[in-house]
Design a protein around this ligand. Structure first.
Ligand SMILES: NC(=O)c1ccc[n+]([C@@H]2O[C@H](COP(=O)([O-])OP(=O)(O)OC[C@H]3O[C@@H](n4cnc5c(N)ncnc54)[C@H](O)[C@@H]3O)[C@@H](O)[C@H]2O)c1
Length: 254
């Protein structure tokens, strides 16, 4: 208990359940953070905030399209108005447009880059003044194993996540003087609504761990990622910045 006690965090893309943002928001709140949960899907974000409050935590739900620069300014302002400051930004919202490159349209490419990469640029840029005002903070950006290694049908998705990886390192170097840390997290195959849509499976047992070459032989749970984000959000990681955290059961060790 209390690993992020007193901190204020924003988690984007927190409506999907099961989803990495939803479980990360629940985990940060359980460990003492006040959490602003945002999503395109306001009713889903409100359900996440309600679940946090039911468990005794503090949360605020906001509608947000992470690709809109002006909305980012408003979300940061509404966060500091509600909870007084900002310590942690988790850029989690994302989509997966998976197709062989010859079947991928320019519009799909642009959409993938806008939602997964440009949004992270906008979020980091908008949050920095508030993080600096708090004396520093932690930015955690959700990348993917597809941002580390080549995977079929992942030309656009992998490019977006590879961009998130190197942007995170650039920000770590640029913002170290402000005590703002920035790290990327690279999930492997984790059971969420996105994973269900990508694989067509109705439950984790429907995903073939052999096909995905997962050494631990099982699909991950959202908690596996949330625990990594919790560490990066907490002061336990206060000497950790510019690093990529692979949480993939060994997929990319091969
Ligand atoms: N699940 C996995 O196996 C896996 C693996 C690697 C990386 N990731 C990454 O983790 C993150 C979360 O993935 P997930 O599996 O929980 O996905 P998910 O589809 O279950 O949840 C994603 C959430 O993001 C929201 N969202 C999408 N576009 C948005 C926008 N423009 N503005 C605001 N919100 C928006 C959706 O409404 C949804 O609630 C994503 O960035 C994803 O690429 C997931």
């Amino acid at each position: 208990m209390g690993r992020v006690e007193g901190k204020v965090a924003i988690v984007t893309g927190a409506a999907s359940n099961p989803g990495l943002g939803y479980v990360t928001a629940m985990t940060l709140a359980r460990e003492g953070a006040k959490v602003v949960v945002t999503d395109l899907d306001l009713s889903g974000a409100e359900a996440c905030a309600a679940a946090i409050r039911d468990a005794g935590g503090e949360a605020l739900a906001l509608a947000q399209d992470v690709t809109e620069e002006k909305r980012w300014q408003e979300v940061i302002a509404e966060t500091t108005a509600a909870f007084g400051k900002l310590d942690v930004l988790v850029n989690n919202a994302g989509i997966a447009i998976l197709a062989p490159i010859e079947e991928l349209s320019l519009a799909q490419w642009n959409k993938q880059i806008e939602v997964n990469l440009t949004s992270v640029f906008l979020g980091c840029k908008a949050a920095i003044p508030a993080l600096r005002a708090a004396g520093g903070g932690s930015i955690v950006n959700l990348s993917s194993v597809a941002g580390l290694v080549g995977l079929p049908t992942c030309s656009a998705y992998g490019a977006s996540k590879g961009g998130v990886r190197i942007m995170s390192k650039s920000l770590a170097v640029e913002l170290g003087k402000d005590n703002i840390r920035c790290n990327s997290v690279h999930p492997g195959v984790i059971w969420t609504n996105m994973q269900a849509a990508a694989t067509g499976a109705s439950d984790p047992s429907g995903v073939d761990a052999g096909v995905s070459r997962i050494p631990l032989g099982r699909v991950g749970k959202a908690e596996d990622i949330a625990n990594c984000v919790l560490y990066l959000a907490s002061d336990e990681s206060n000497y950790v910045t510019g690093t990529e955290f692979t949480v993939d059961a060994g997929m990319t060790a091969q």
